[in-house]
Each structure stands twice: as structure tokens, then as C-alpha cells.
Design a protein around this ligand. Structure first.
Ligand SMILES: O=C(O)CCC(=O)C(=O)O
Length: 389
């Protein structure tokens, strides 16, 4: 169901009931072609960013090949590997990684204060833009959470419990004409760029904020032909985000659903789809991601433009390198202890370090290694090697 005649009333009712927790900040200036472009602002006196600055940062990151095709295992360990349809890159706070469909991505730092570690000022500035956008969206998330909390309490329901904080941004670059995109529904013209899923490995009740920007390239073969802010009307939109209800897809009760994920999908509630203009942000607040799945659809035409989505998330602790370093330090401090229990936990840690961190890093290839190593020169690997020898 879309917000289109004759369904507008039902669509609004769905947003207020089954899809409460899904909110959008629309960029009303999309298509504004004056030279200043539109702005994203933190209304508490924090930073502001021009949409065009974000687009330029993302285009730069694409030019220097930060965006990579990943090989994942969508159906679990030991199953067939599959290439992602989109190219992606991870940006975040120090030490963050994101294990997603079996592959651990390692983050480029969004705030790199050490000039020695900045091998290219433009790269660092682009990453910094992603960090500034985080600050603006954190303030917006706080505001949206407050409103949702009030709404729930006013009707006697428990309030929200999630924090407004993000430590990573998984950025997707989506091409509507990417080969082999699957049809969204049998015989439908719409194709899936990202299929139905709920986001995993995140702190329970944490919000996901997704900023999207669309870039239209005129087809005259020149690099100067990029048009940043082409209007995007609802009915002609080339990209949509779809949502459906699927209880305990993620979250504290997700283990209770068993492996039959299909049985958790509530088919009585219509799924919804929204097409948002470039420069807009949608939020999945608090426990929304626990009980809903989302997908990204395209009409498959070049005119849809390239879509970047900056998806801000808050990880569980175990995805930060600090967590594994702390485990290493505790293990080293206990080296004087003997016994099968100690030996077992040491071996488990060694296996974890090797398979979950070192191999996961190197399997992603030399290009990935050089991009991450040059930009951030993680001390993690030095620390790990110190631990091993
Ligand atoms: O691009 C979007 O709007 C969402 C992307 C997404 O679902 C994902 O990266 O997991």
C-alpha cells in the first residue's frame, strides 16, 4: 500500500498503528536548484550540512573505490556465498566492525584526529562529513524518540527504552540497472535492490536512521554532467522503501521465533512502500526493527538515478575491537592459571581472533586492506600480534 489515491486514509491509519515508529524527515527543498542547495540542520545549535556536500563526499568515496561488492552468506555458515547487489562501505567510530550475513566489515574512521593517519585530506574530509551527518541525525532521533515515547505513554502503553546514538554508518550505493536484480513480486516491474530483512547485530531497541540521496547523471559521457538535485515526484519515483510486519525478526525475543521466519510475517497487515525525495531521512525508532522487515525497491530504469543510503546504526559491544582486546588482556593476565577450563577459554579466544577478526579482514582482499590500513592504520592488529607472540 502506498500513500496514493484511493488509499491515503488507510495509509495514514497504518502509519499510526502497525507502523508506528517509522517516521520520515522529508527534504522539502529537493529540486531546489539555487546555488546554495538545501540544508540539514541540528536545531539545537549543532552542525549543519548542505545536501550537496553529502553528495560530493559520497561521490568522492566512490571515486576512490571505498564502495565494494561484498561476498556474503545470506543463508548461514556453510551455505552458498552470494555477491551483494549493491556496493557498500562502512564508516564509524574507532574500532567498529559490522558482521552482516557472515562477513565482518571494518570501518573507516569518521573522526580521524591524527594527521599522520590521513593519507589523503579529501578522503578524511569525506569521512568527516559522514560523521557530521551522524551528529545531526542523532539530534533528530532524540526528538523523534521523545515524541514516540509521549505518544505511547499517553495511551497507557510502556514508553520507549532505546538510546539515540549511532556508532556506525553502513553506506549502500545502489544502481537501478544493476544486473540480475530479482523481481519484487512475481510478474512485478519493481525489482529488489535489497530484499526483505531486519537489521541484525544491533543494540536492542536502538534506532536506525537512513539518509538517502539520489544522483542523476546525464548521459553525455562527460564527468561534468552530474545533476545533483533533480525533483523526484511520488508517482514517478524510481526508488522505494517497503516495510512489512514480522514479529521478533530481531531483538530480545528473536530466539523465540525459531527458524521459520516466514511464519512471523503478519500477512493480515498490508505492507507499505514509500518513495522519498533525495535528501530525506527515514527512521526506524526503538523496537521497530524487532518487529518489521524492510526492503529497497527500484523501477530498474536509469532515470531513477544512483541511490546512496547512509544507514546509521548502534552496534552491540561485541562488534567493537575493544571488546576482543579486553578479552585478550584478561586472558593474558590469567596466564599464570592452569587447568582445562583456562586452557579451553584460551583456545576459544585464539580461534575467535583468527577466524572472526584476522581471517575476516584478509579475506576481503588487498584493495580493502590498503584502503583501511592507509587511512586508519589500526593499532588493533599490532595489539593482536603482540598478544599472539
Ligand atoms: O537503503 C536503505 O534504505 C536500507 C538499506 C538496508 O536495508 C541495509 O543496508 O540493510
Amino acid at each position: 500500500m502506498r500513500n496514493q489515491p484511493p488509499y491515503q486514509h488507510s495509509f495514514q491509519a497504518a502509519l499510526e498503528t502497525a507502523y508506528e515508529g517509522f517516521v520520515v524527515d522529508i527534504d522539502r527543498n529537493d529540486g531546489d536548484k539555487d546555488s546554495s542547495g538545501s540544508y540539514l540542520v541540528d536545531h539545537n545549535g549543532g552542525p549543519s550540512l548542505r545536501n550537496v556536500t553529502i553528495q560530493e563526499a559520497l561521490e568522492h568515496m566512490n571515486k576512490v573505490e571505498f564502495f565494494r561488492v561484498d561476498v556474503t552468506q545470506p543463508f548461514g555458515l556453510g551455505t552458498q556465498c552470494a555477491k551483494t547487489y549493491v556496493t557498500r562501505c562502512l564508516v564509524g567510530a574507532w574500532g567498529t566492525t559490522y558482521k552482516y550475513l557472515g562477513l565482518r566489515m571494518f570501518a573507516h574512521l569518521w573522526h580521524n584526529h591524527d594527521p599522520q593517519h590521513a593519507h589523503n585530506r579529501k578522503d578524511v574530509a569525506a569521512l568527516q562529513t559522514v560523521g557530521t551527518l551522524k551528529e545531526i541525525l542523532t539530534a533528530q532521533t532524540r526528538r523523534h524518540l521523545r515524541r514516540l515515547d509521549q505518544l505511547r505513554r499517553d495511551r497507557g502503553a510502556p514508553g520507549t527504552t532505546g538510546r539515540a546514538a549511532f556508532d556506525i554508518c553502513l553506506i549502500n550505493r545502489m544502481d537501478p540497472t544493476a544486473p540480475n536484480l530479482k523481481a519484487f513480486l512475481p510478474n512485478s516491474k519493481e525489482k529488489c535492490s535489497v530484499s526483505w530483512h531486519a537489521d541484525s547485530s544491533l543494540e536492542h531497541h536502538s534506532t536506525i536512521a537512513v539518509y538517502q540521496t539520489l544522483i542523476y547523471h546525464e548521459d553525455n559521457g562527460s564527468d561534468d554532467s552530474v545533476q545533483h538535485n533533480e525533483p523526484c515526484s511520488q508517482d514517478k519515483a524510481g526508488w522505494s522503501v517497503a516495510m512489512r510486519v514480522a514479529h521478533n525478526s530481531e531483538g530480545p525475543q528473536s530466539k523465540s521465533r525459531g527458524s521459520n521466519i516466514a511464519s512471523t510475517i503478519i500477512t493480515d497487515t498490508p505492507s507499505i512502500a514509500v518513495s522519498l525525495p533525495s535528501g530525506s531521512t527515514y527512521y526506524m525508532l526503538d523496537d521497530f526493527n524487532h518487529h518489521h522487515q524492510h526492503a529497497v525497491l527500484t523501477n530498474g530504469h536509469k532515470s531513477a538515478g544512483i541511490r546512496y543510503s547512509c544507514t546509521y546504526r548502534l552496534l552491540r559491544d561485541s562488534h567493537n575491537v575493544q571488546y576482543v582486546l579486553d578479552r585478550c588482556r584478561t586472558t593474558v593476565a590469567n596466564f599464570h592459571k592452569k587447568g582445562s577450563k583456562t586452557w579451553r577459554s584460551e583456545q576459544l579466544l585464539l580461534t575467535d581472533v583468527e577466524s572472526e577478526w584476522l581471517r575476516q579482514f584478509y579475506i576481503q582482499g588487498a584493495k580493502n586492506r590498503s584502503l583501511l590500513w592507509e587511512v586508519s592504520k589500526w593499532s588493533f592488529f599490532r595489539d593482536i600480534l603482540r598478544f599472539l607472540v
